[in-house]
Design a protein around this ligand. Structure first.
Ligand code: XIL
Length: 360
């Protein structure tokens, strides 16, 4: 039995006795089906620089996670301070931590519009853009060849609000290469590490809104186009930054995953957290709603396919990106993640455990 299961078994017993666990998750058919199909690896985004100074943070990652992904470190802004520089110190430290603790490390991310160093603004032509993108992916994937089994090769390729004609999100890559950059990135990664799972990762497809429907359609069309042209691609990453005040479009999300499965693509949940800025102030109420949103989200996905991994974007409320964009008006700290600021499991952790642990 994993250390984590032993610990949670004891905690879960306490919660279950209050009935909260059963009402929240126990009756979820998809959770039962998922756990019956075997364990799904769980992981979290990690702030590598905190692993040494904050022992409880490090212990929480070790106790709960089979996977880690750097919240930073493998983004261009961290890795490429200068056009002739590759700074691997931080991701190397996370790689060593993962190796020492029997975990796998995901790579995030090779081609994105965000977190780009200023010098990349000087990339002036399509030839130069292709050269820089290929050189970056060749060097970075090569540095970790055979050690990072899954890469978010392309992150957030779909426009915020896809309209006819402008479906691919603006970026230096899109501006210089058009949507060809996606194929270039995937083919380069496949050439350098044929063993790696290559993932196209995106967000905001989970709710019953016209925008989510349009984004689901645009993402499916992109995936189909890539598969039809035999571009190397193995999975889609559903980030899962869930607006806590919006219901999950269970039918729409399950149908999306069914279509992905028909393309022989795997599904990962890559960045789950629940944005609670518009949820009630009372912590217990907020935690229950956060957990219920995650249950509905994971349930919708697991009804259609077994995700090859479920990761949250951080593990403790002490360190979350959510207040960067979604500060609460009442000034209370956000509670989007599975563990509270003291690294104690919340209802969301129980939901994740229900979906990721193998049936006893
Ligand atoms: C965020 C990090 O959490 C922040 O610390 C950083 O300042 C900006 O990027 N989707 C993604 C992640 O794919 O890379 C983003 O991470 C959050 C949204």
């Amino acid at each position: 039995m994993r250390r984590r299961d032993f610990v949670l078994g004891a905690l879960g017993a306490g919660l279950a006795s209050s009935g909260a666990l059963d009402t929240l998750v126990g009756n979820d058919r998809a959770a039962k089906a998922a756990s019956a199909r075997g364990a799904i690896p769980y992981g979290a985004a990690v702030r590598t620089d905190l692993l040494d100074p904050e022992l409880d943070y490090k212990a929480a990652i070790i106790d709960h996670c089979q996977l880690v992904v750097g919240e930073g470190g493998l983004k261009w802004i961290d890795l490429r301070p200068g056009q002739d520089q590759f700074v691997f110190d931080q991701p190397d430290r996370l790689m060593d931590f993962a190796d020492r603790n029997g975990m796998q490390m995901r790579g995030h991310t090779l081609a994105w519009y965000g977190a780009m160093p200023d010098w990349t603004k000087t990339i002036a032509s399509s030839a130069e853009a292709e050269r820089e993108l290929v050189h970056h992916i060749t060097t970075v994937v090569g540095h970790y060849q055979g050690r990072i089994p899954s890469w978010d090769v392309v992150n957030e390729a779909i426009a915020e609000r896809p309209e006819k004609g402008s479906v691919i999100r603006d970026s230096i890559w899109q501006e210089r290469l058009g949507k060809r950059y996606i194929e270039i990135a995937l083919r380069t990664a496949a050439d350098i590490d044929p063993s790696a799972q290559l993932v196209v990762n995106d967000y905001n497809i989970e709710n019953p809104t016209a925008q989510c429907r349009d984004r689901r359609t645009a993402l499916l069309n992109l995936l189909r186009d890539l598969k039809d042209r035999d571009v190397p691609l193995h999975a889609v990453g559903i980030q899962g930054h869930l607006p806590g005040d919006m219901e999950i479009d269970r039918e729409g999300l399950s149908a999306f995953v069914e279509e992905v499965k028909k393309m022989q693509l795997d599904v990962l949940v890559t960045e789950l957290d629940v944005i609670d800025d518009k949820l009630p102030a009372r912590e217990y109420d907020r935690d229950q709603i956060v957990a219920a949103r995650a249950r509905d989200f994971l349930g919708a996905i697991c009804e259609a396919a077994r995700p090859s991994a479920i990761l949250t974007w951080g593990i403790t409320d002490r360190y979350t990106w959510v207040p960067m964009w979604f500060k609460r008006e009442d000034g209370k700290p956000n509670r989007p993640l599975p563990l509270d600021a003291e690294c104690r499991p919340k209802a969301l952790m129980k939901v994740i455990d229900k979906f990721t642990r193998a049936a006893e």
